[in-house]
Design a protein around this ligand. Structure first.
Ligand code: RFL
Ligand code: PHB
Length: 394
């Protein structure tokens, strides 16, 4: 049996867990991270693409923004679209802020490399990870069949939506509040330069489509599909046809290229009722998930971690108050983010096939009405700009 003791045991080496490690390292607080997947598997997940200004600020404050500044694409706005009309929301002019397009894979790789340089304890390939807290918080797991025990003052669940840490919080207190959407996203990566300067979010009678990117050479594109859609039914040609139709505006053309990755993601919103129970704390997707339309998942994880890292540092200095209010503060911010993500999702998607035709028509037309309102209202655009570029982290 391998026994180890640390101050903060972090479960999950995704962006939330590794970033928390860096915040603690910067303040001299001992920690160890336990991850059940292999390092390569963690690095291979494609996922998010947009960093809020607030997230960039956090990475910068920790000296973790070199890659981001070298290769990230700073965007001063987004394009919204309906019925072949495209309009721009100019974040810089409206709120003086920007976002940075920099793939989650790159963020993940940067965080890993910086931990390598620090010599941090990050244990991959841990099987049967089981946290327990009966007065003495401990995480049990095996590596190569060898049993390990990691004892700690705090256990932080950074283990994503399907993580195990949540199970330490009594169900009546955890009490998640959820919404399922009657839509999913089929996302592709393609080796083709983006056909747009900034992201395009489009509403079309056939469903939502969006054009994002990863670099000047790689495009990231999504189309709305039914929640139970099978990937096999979407050949590359069918994906490009759907994108051509839904993203069309006069005088603009979508360039095609080889598709290198294709996956379907269902959309759900879920928020637990507490992120803290005794010495057990949750951050990121372990506590809440959003549909991807507002680009808020990764950014919310960064916000939680910034708040919790600061609170754990104050606790180490003898002041428990920030830690005591962590859950309330993070959830208050999160519910604003949930509202934004839901409203962007409702605005840009058509109702699923099970909705009666009359109601589909009504909802579609009122969404077009809302997009036309936004295109002519500085107030509406400013509100979107303020939320998309990221609310303050306090
Ligand atoms: P993660 O990234 O899920 O990491 C959790 C880690 O915990 C490990 N784990 C365990 N380890 C040990 N024992 C266990 N029992 C464990 N169970 C799980 C997992 O292997 C993993 O390594 O959560 P984290 O760190 O909170 O980060 C959250 C983000 O990954 C997530 O919110 C975003 O990817 C969401 N998201 C987006 N967010 C944005 O901010 N902007 C975007 O543009 C954006 N686009 C997206 C997205 C997510 C998507 N998918 C596929 C869900 C687009 C898509 C398509
Ligand atoms: C992405 O680039 O993957 C991306 C961008 C914006 C979103 C969701 C995903 O809202």
């Amino acid at each position: 049996m391998h026994q180890q003791r640390t101050r903060v045991a972090i479960i999950g080496a995704g962006p939330a867990g590794l970033l928390l490690g860096h915040l603690l390292a910067a303040r001299g607080i001992p920690f160890a991270v336990v991850e059940h997947r292999s390092r390569d598997r963690v690095l291979s997940r494609v996922r998010a693409g947009v960093l809020e200004q607030s997230s960039v600020d956090v990475l910068e404050s920790l000296g973790l923004a070199d890659g981001l500044h070298a290769d990230g694409l700073v965007h001063g706005g987004i394009h919204l679209q309906h019925e072949q009309e495209r309009f721009h929301i100019d974040f810089e002019a409206l709120v003086g802020r920007t976002v940075t397009v920099y793939g989650q894979q790159r963020v993940q790789a940067d965080l890993m490399a910086a931990h390598d340089a620090l010599g941090s304890t990050v244990l991959y390939d841990a099987a049967d990870v089981t946290p327990a807290d009966d007065g003495d918080p401990v995480v049990r797991f095996t590596i190569d069949g060898e049993p390990h025990e990691l004892h700690a003052d705090f256990i932080v669940g950074a283990d994503g939506f399907h993580g195990v840490t949540k199970s330490l919080i009594p169900p009546a207190l955890l009490a998640p509040v959820e919404r399922e959407y009657d839509a999913a996203w089929l996302g592709v990566l393609a080796d083709v330069p983006p056909s747009t300067d900034e992201l395009i979010y489009a509403l079309h009678p056939d469903g939502f489509a969006m054009h994002s990117m990863r670099s000047p050479e790689v495009s990231r594109l999504y189309v709305q599909v039914e929640p139970d859609e099978r990937l096999e039914e979407w050949s590359d040609d069918r994906v490009w046809d759907a994108l051509d139709t839904r993203l069309a505006v006069p005088g603009w053309r979508l360039e095609h290229g080889p598709i290198t990755e294709k996956a379907i993601t269902r959309m759900r919103s879920s928020v637990v009722s507490t992120l803290a129970h005794g010495r057990v704390l949750l951050v990121g997707d372990a506590g809440h998930i959003v549909p991807p339309t507002g680009a808020k998942g990764l950014n919310s994880a960064v916000a939680d971690v910034a708040m919790l890292g600061a609170a754990l540092a104050e606790q180490a200095g003898g002041d428990e108050s920030a830690l005591a209010s962590y859950s309330d503060r993070a959830l208050a911010r999160q519910w604003k983010v949930q509202q934004f993500s839901q409203s962007m999702t409702d605005l840009l998607h058509v109702p699923g096939a099970t909705t009666p035709a009359d109601e589909r028509q009504f909802r579609y037309r009122s969404r077009v009405g809302q997009l036309r309102y936004i295109s002519g209202s500085r107030f509406a655009q400013q509100s979107i700009a303020e939320q998309y570029t990221g609310l303050a982290i306090r």
